[in-house]
Design a protein around this ligand. Sequence first.
Ligand code: ARG
Ligand code: ZN
Length: 883
Amino acid sequence: QAILRQDYVAPGYWVDTVEMGFDLGLKSTLVANRMVMRRNHASTEKDLVLSGESLKLVQLRLNGVKLKKADYQIDGETLRIPNAPDEVTLEITTQIQPSKNTSLSGLYASKGNLITQCEAEGFRKITWFPDRPDVMAKYTVMLRADKKKFPVLLSNGNLIDEGDLDDGRHFAKWEDPFKKPSYLFALVAGTLVCQEEKFKLKSGRKALLQVWVEEGNLDKTQHAMDSLKKSIRWDEERFGLELDLDRFMIVATGDFNMGAMENKGLNIFNTKYVLANSSIATDIDYAGIESVVGHEYFHNWTGNRVTCRDWFQLSLKEGLTVFRDQEFSADLVGTTTGRAVKRIEDVRVLRQVQFSEDAGPMAHPVRPDSFVEINNFYTVTIYEKGAEVVRMYYTLLGHDDFRKGMDLYVERHDGQAVECDDFRAAMADSSGRDLTQFERWYSQAGTPRVSVVTAYDAEAQTYDIKLTQSCPTTPGQEKKLPFHIPVAMGLLDADGKDIPLYCDDYPAQAGATNLVIELTAASQTFRFNKVTSEPVPSLLRNFSAPVVLDIDYTDEELGLLLANDSDPFNRWEAGQRLATRRLVKLTKALQAGEELSIDDWFINALRNTLNDESLDPAFRELMLTLPSEAMIAEAFDVVDPQAIHTARQFVRATITRHLKADLLHVYETHQTPGKYRPDAVSMAKRSLKNLALSYLLEWADESTFDLGYVQFKEAANMTDRLAALAALTNFNGTEKQKKKSEKALRRFFKDFKKEDLVIDKWFMLQATAHTTDVEKVRELMQHPAFTLTNPNRARSLVFNFCNANPSQFHAPDGSGYALWAELVIALNKINPQVAARLARSLDRWKKYPVGLQAQMKAALQKVSATKKLSKDVAEVVSKALAA
Ligand code: ARG
Ligand code: ZN
């Protein structure tokens, strides 16, 4: 059942051109497809092989002759034509039923509109086709539909003709000048309106940019348009890559499985990553839109012009494009701390989600060796770890050589479908570096650990850093070979200043204060000379490799790094280490029934950071945010979610008790009066101010409650309103205050009931509230605004509860798991991709106490025993059960 990377066989036939004709309707759509194909003599596959799913075959003609049943075989999703000639024109007519398609893959209906999603294997739900990314063809698409119901008809490329037909119908003909794999095909038909603009490209050519939305949403498209223009500029400037089309369209839909999709010239987005104005979107939403618009746009070169040979190479385009969107966001902020803030946010996700994936039953290499269902492999490993792998080239080669490598990659492979190895070769060839060992980042799963032992010799004035690497076993991979790990580092003297580095292994960089040392062996010692007093090492600066760094620091050393490190990432890291150490200790104290307390030294370190006006408020916000419960859990072999939650809440309340005056001061001095602006400075102020508010409401007190209540009522933007509502919802106060909080929640619903994205927030807020238990979730599921069929809504309540409310989800009675099983089974019937995502909430079941393990296992078995289980869900639960 599993597909293996090593079984790759080139396609038996290439497709040169595809001409499609669509007679569009919600209930029934007729698809005519004429493919000009030619035998690939280099392939061992002699048959003409096509894929199809949920299609009604109306007609099949080969070189003008209608094929009889005996001329071809259909076996499941494969249609095979043996003995076909070398040159083939294949004409296929199929009938499909968009309104019955709840999987949101292929052609489907959304609020009366028709939308496609073809990556990874959705095109085969539209027509029979060699639906694999190495088959690249030129498409011409004729769309026909009722003009009243579907006034707008869009597809990839350029509009070359349009006009009216009989019976109130009309047509639009589109031609995409670039050859592309089928997963980049798209069409949109329906009632939509657009904001548009002509934009001058670097070459002087003008392109038409459009953002299409449902009627009534044109007041929410400006930010997406601005983000698109910034993206186009950025790719011209940073990578010399220009938009290759005369027209670039973005379409927003409320029914979408993922964030967005990079279809050539016709990007389709989840509304969440398009629609924004100050009253409905938060600062985080604004940032998300900017980065996703960038991401999809950047795919035009890294993904579309140069694509993947097969789906095992998915990270070739995704890892690279995530790296590019991360750099885009960082460049837009521009400042050193701004860049560090972005880096910290990205690393937080990597550690919390990807490290966890790497340690669980679904662990897989950045370039997997096998999969059952490719949709299950759009993972944080492929995306975020893949981006880290690309970032390591950047760190190893430096800015200029990395750019040369990118230039070479695009120049060599434009118009091709290639492998991760081709990217590595381009980086090696352009820089002259040996990147042979670097391949292991693609082939070996698991998060490497690097442990550190140091030795200072005062007499010889030498300082030795011994690094030892290892990597835990992952499914199917017992033994691991050493990785090529770039470790950016510096050494701090007793005043916290960087000292000049004289490392035996890097004579060319003698005297630098920041060095990238390269760990390639299992164990390696780096000697530093002219070290006049014992330094404090600052290792893995800017998180230069996706590894766990095991190093024994004293509190004092961490304090020195926290206050002084020239690398802002490691300043933050030192603070996280100090906090984690205490959170782990408190969790254990709770389990042992001991009294809880926190040292003043730690509280004072936080106070100093909070009040340090020389620090960017966004950076202070990150420094003052404690590691999440999920992050703390990683420090334990056996996780006790309730104890972790209680310990973290205890630290938060203690911080508030000691720093109330400081927090109030910060709250008052970081207001952003006037018109809402989503710029870095205002966003930073709001984030620190709202963190202060959330701390202040951690401690039951009349005045702080009112602070939150007033902010909620008087907020001039969604960022402040939602932050206040979240703080109120989690406030543990008097009955009267609780009533007021509930009233605020009801008010919020009423005010925004027409805004789906805001109602998602309303559900999310409740799903993640400390007090929301399983029963409350079941009650919310009965709310008229709740539905499982819309992925955003399902995620807002159900996914958030299962993934982001651990102390309630892991209720000792197992009720959370029973709910999970019911929902996975229900979603499996509606939308297998979404069901399989939820299924992953129990990935780490082996990390819990045996009592909980037994209940989780029972829930997994219940799902596994369900009839008509999709490949998607079956793969996830069977791998979990095999753990
Ligand atoms: N390529 C898209 C992106 O990175 C995601 C598509 C995901 N599709 C899927 N079926 N899992 O933006
Ligand atoms: Zn992508």
